[in-house]
Design a protein around this ligand. Sequence first.
Ligand SMILES: CC(=O)N[C@H]1[C@@H](OP(=O)(O)OP(=O)(O)OC[C@H]2O[C@@H](n3ccc(=O)[nH]c3=O)[C@H](O)[C@@H]2O)O[C@H](CO)[C@@H](O)[C@@H]1O
Length: 407
Amino acid sequence: MNYKEAYEKLEKCGQLHVLDYYERLTVPEKEALLEQIDNTDFKVLKYCKNNTTNQKGEIAPLIAMQISQIEENRERYTAIGLEEIKKGKVAAVLLAGGMGTRLGSDSPKGMFDIGITRPVYIFQRIIENLLDVVKDAETWIHLFVMTSDKNHEITMEFFEEQEYFGYNKAFVTFFKQEMVPASDYEGKVYMEEMGKISTSPNGNGGWFTSMSKWGLVDTVKKNGIEWLNVFAVDNVLQRIADPCFVGAVIANGCVSGAKVVKKKTPDERVGTLCLEDGRPSIVEYYELTEAMKEAKDERGEPAYNFGVILNYLFRVKDLDVTTEDKLPLHVVEKKIPYIDKSGKTVSPDKPNGYKYETLVLDMIHHVDNCLSYEVERDREFAPIKNAVGVDSVDTARELCRENGIVL
Ligand SMILES: CC(=O)N[C@H]1[C@@H](OP(=O)(O)OP(=O)(O)OC[C@H]2O[C@@H](n3ccc(=O)[nH]c3=O)[C@H](O)[C@@H]2O)O[C@H](CO)[C@@H](O)[C@@H]1O
């Protein structure tokens, strides 16, 4: 794209300030900026005023399959799931494109070391858990790892350096999610450098579209993979390709499943699995209404008592209807570093604009049904979100200790 074309594109969407520093750039920087303008989709910015494209329908509780029911059928479900895994029909997708800013670290979250007497990286914990299933199934399980522009190379190098923590590297594939511009409250993009628009990963809802762009959906289909277990990087007790979960979803004739835990409090920072206009749906914690927080069932228990731990099973053939363009866009307030008029970087200490994301949890609403599958939170949910306090390294370490994991 040349300067004139870039000017016209920016003028049309009210973003001409992107060229404010153009004359001060070197030739390669000018080229890079023109290329970025060419590749950037500014359409998302029009949603900045109404905060989200996501208007919810009528919400009702969705009954979860609780632990006691699962226990009654554990052997049968596990046998069914293990059989599918042995046949190579189950693969896993690790969502690791996020930025981990809440942890106060610039490195990919998975590289965070939670060890005490030895290094124990978050990625390592995930691989160790997956290896448990590989051992039982006596077969390798394909692991797709989603990264972003911000951490792709460093993540791949880390896996190499750590020799894939004992995993078979032929069964690990990395792919990158897309980036979108970040803007101020008026929808004007921020500049990260004089020759660079500030961008951020487009949320974890783009994983299937990005896999498709990287040719990996073809790989999935060619290899006869029928189920994808999508999970978050930040839970060090995450059970992946869990045979009992896979078996329960299949035995109950479902096309997707979500692991849930009983919430500690109605406003715990987890998404709530429920029904929306009769279809499965997840309401994210920052969109939960007071009425939902206070609602009670007929036994007086909180009606929306189960939160998702970001561990979903999707049937591959149902995913084509859930591509990113069908998902609502969430407009999230964030602290966005930018350069001021003089070209100096400013790192704000409070939110100063929006990032635009689609979310994996919205895919659930596009599939016909979803098994809400309860797991014991102390055995499977040790998220690391914050540097200290709730859901921090300390709480995760404590839970690891309770589960006999040497740190
Ligand atoms: C949007 C979403 O799913 N929210 C879930 C997430 O909340 P939470 O607020 O933790 O969600 P985050 O946005 O931090 O990210 C969750 C996961 O998605 C990945 N990621 C995020 C953004 C991105 O662009 N690319 C990417 O790969 C992160 O690396 C992480 O593995 O976990 C909670 C459980 O702990 C769930 O109850 C929430 O429903």
